[in-house]
Design a binder for this molecule. Structure first.
Ligand code: UD1
Length: 363
């Protein structure tokens, strides 16, 4: 019997851990999964809604760390996670993605001699200014088992000299959640509630510090949204960090004045999937949304200079456009003219990634 601590901290972790816990629960003779929530995200719509939508069991342990600058947040997670590992003595700690909680819990496990598995290992933007890039590189150095989503990730790890015995290409676990919940999400009343017609609107999400914490970059993006919403309705579920900086940097009046732009609160998993799966275009700086839109064949413009998910560009629907106003507008108009693309199958993004992870752990 393997006792496994699964760690979640922030919004993009929940849909990655849910299928893994489900797969372990199906094999209850072999696995005792525990769920630890660090509390990096704590708002009802950034955390609770995802537990409900994804059928995640309530956390066994909640560390309640809350928001803080990166180093302080990592230190707080480390201090609170250490006694949990000492008490529970798990066989494995599983961390997912690239958020601060991922790195903090990997560090503690390593220090205490507990084996760590990293799900979504090997992704690299090669952009040292991203906190997530620092989290990815260090977590991958620490982890005993590296579960990668795509072959490019294996190549990145090989180039860093990581032994191939530690690396397993298992696919993209987020797609397990997407496939499972798509029918239910399609039935969400969100499109009707916002008076949207399928294929006639765009969705935008923004939360990267480099885009939303700085007046120039946020200004360039706001300028682009002003022009794009002359052609189409835009729905913008606003991340709490972004809501704060839009107000502080003085963009509220401009955005609220756009009659074709609907700024709404962040949505839960099902409503958000229900929303973007009916869109004609998505503009985002999220990592996960580049992957989800690729699988669904929805054109995605990534408002960043790089991506750690190049397969979404080579095989999927993603285009990296940066944050220059004219470029965003031009590419948005091209995408709006072209409409949906045929969804392509990306190798191992097939809804069975959690099964593969659990099979490997059981060996
Ligand atoms: C974090 C992750 C990022 C991920 C994103 C998804 C890191 C380094 N970043 O960024 O990779 O894509 O989550 O959302 O781990 N806040 C609330 N309520 C909450 C959570 C946050 O109001 O429930 C506000 C706080 O003001 C906080 C700010 O948002 O200071 C930023 O939160 P934080 O967790 O530090 O980073 P995110 O920008 O959410």
């Amino acid at each position: 019997m393997l006792k496994i601590i699964n760690v979640v901290g922030a919004r993009p972790n929940f849909m990655k851990v849910a299928p893994i816990i489900e797969a372990m629960t199906r094999r209850e003779r072999e696995f005792t999964p525990l769920l630890v929530h660090t509390g990096q995200h704590y708002d009802a719509d950034m955390s609770d809604a995802f537990f409900r939508d994804l059928d995640l069991p309530a956390p066994d342990i909640h560390l309640g760390v809350g928001s803080a600058p990166r180093d302080q947040q990592i230190a707080a997670v480390e201090a609170r996670f250490e006694p949990v590992v000492n008490t529970e003595k798990p066989d494995w700690v599983i961390v997912v993605g690239d958020v601060n909680s991922t790195l903090a819990c990997a560090r503690v496990s390593k220090k205490l001699g507990v084996r760590v598995a990293h799900v979504e290992a090997g992704l690299r933007s090669y952009d040292p200014t991203m906190p997530e890039e620092a989290n990815r590189v260090e977590t991958d150095r620490i982890a005993d088992l590296l579960f990668t989503p795509s072959a490019d990730a294996d190549e990145n790890l090989r180039a860093e000299g990581i032994a191939s015995e530690r690396v397993r290409l298992v696919g993209n676990v987020m797609i397990d959640s997407l496939q499972k919940h798509l029918p239910q999400a399609k039935a969400s009343p969100i499109r009707e509630k916002l008076a949207l017609t399928d294929d006639q609107y765009a969705v935008v999400t923004l939360h990267r510090p480099s885009n939303v914490d700085e007046v120039q970059s946020l200004g360039r993006i706001v300028g682009a949204l002003e022009e794009i919403c002359e052609r189409t309705t835009i729905v913008f579920p606003v991340h709490p960090r972004t809501r704060k900086t839009i107000a502080e940097l003085g963009f509220s009046t401009r955005l609220l004045g756009l009659k074709n732009l609907q700024m709404i609160e962040p949505l839960g998993y099902l409503d958000f999937l229900g929303l973007y799966s009916g869109a004609r275009l998505v503009l985002t700086d999220s990592g996960g949304i580049q992957e989800e839109t690729s699988v669904l064949g929805i054109p995605c413009l990534t408002l960043r200079e790089n991506t750690e998910r190049p397969i979404t560009v080579s095989l999927g629907t993603n285009k990296i456009v940066g944050t220059d106003t004219a470029t965003i507008v031009r590419e948005a108009f091209v995408a709006l003219d072209a409409g949906l693309k045929p969804a392509v199958a990306i190798p191992f993004w097939d809804g069975h990634t959690a099964e593969r992870i659990v099979n490997i752990l059981a060996q």
